[in-house]
Design a protein around this ligand. Sequence first.
Ligand SMILES: [Zn+2]
Ligand SMILES: [Zn+2]
Length: 398
Amino acid sequence: MNAPQSLLPALDEIRAHEAEMVAIRRRIHENPELAYEENATADLVAECLQRWGYEVHRGLGVTGVVGTLKVGTSTRRIGLRADMDALPIKETSGKPWASKVFGKMHACGHDGHTAMLLSAARHLAATQRFDGILHVVFQPAEEGLGGARKMLEDGFLDLFPCDAMYGMHNMPGLPAGKFAAVPGPALASADTCIIKVKGKGGHGAIPQHATDQVVAASAMVMALQTIVSRNVPPLDAGIVTVGAFLAGEAPNVIPGEVELRLTVRAFRPEIRDLLQQRITEIAHAQAAVFGATADVNYIRRYPVLVNDPAHTELCREVIRDWIGPQALDLSRSPETGSEDFAFFLEKVPGCYVFIGNGEGSEGGCMVHNSGYDFNDACLSTGASYWVRLAQTCLKVGG
Ligand SMILES: [Zn+2]
Ligand SMILES: [Zn+2]
């Protein structure tokens, strides 16, 4: 265990199975699978759910797994969601359960998310202390490839209608076992834009016979930086980052094509639309100034993640009731990262919470870092939160 067990709150019956669930977490960690290849992980999840009495559906979003458990007579339905995919990073954590697969690792803690939800699923099935329909959702490909969107396209909500959906992600830097839930826009939209500036390349010594795509793209980079300062209303947020500027090779050649790659973030759909519109206009206009043209490929990836205020309050209440107000960090602001769960929350109200992974050497290493590891001391705490939330939403006699 990474920290003394007694430090973090958890339901006794969840704690009783902790060793088994930590073993599952570490088994998943040792065998990381990238987006849409989560076959062994999905096998493990499906096998557990089946054994515990869930009706199991596989194949939504290629490798997604949904377990359904109906208890009592209520028609209320909720979905609890975890993600299963790993990242293409070579692990350096040095842990005994470090990745056995070269170049792949669970650097975002999705192994822990899967184990926390499995632990809760086991307990909810064993105790049956709720009234309604519970869907536990294990999605693929959260890391950039839109596994949630794919599950929705494959008919997730037609097969498993939900009145509300909930998500949870670990957060290094937040004390272990503490929670944060931000109402409203909590995570940014994340889009990618590829701009190809095209024209007539030529000899570096004879620029008058060419159009200079490097100069045009340079002016474009500067002009793009005026969007947030001059077009986005001052009290709104937006991010336009040119992360890649790919141009030429030789000092004496004017390249015929230059490519810019941008990441674009916003917290409101209107601002997202504005950013797309202004990037497109500026790219074309700046290219034209220098006699070049621009191909603009704006790719809408993840939408803004919006936590429904009432559901956010409900999640906070669950934590206050169960652990106490000190377990909630109310100081958190929206984060500029993004999350695939936003696709579910576009369709169904709900809330996505953060659970602290710890600080310093106890879980403080940031996600997507090769030294990161999910903090097992939080596993039962997260699982207990899921259980309490499900029992609150699907309250017996409620
Ligand atoms: Zn991640
Ligand atoms: Zn993640």
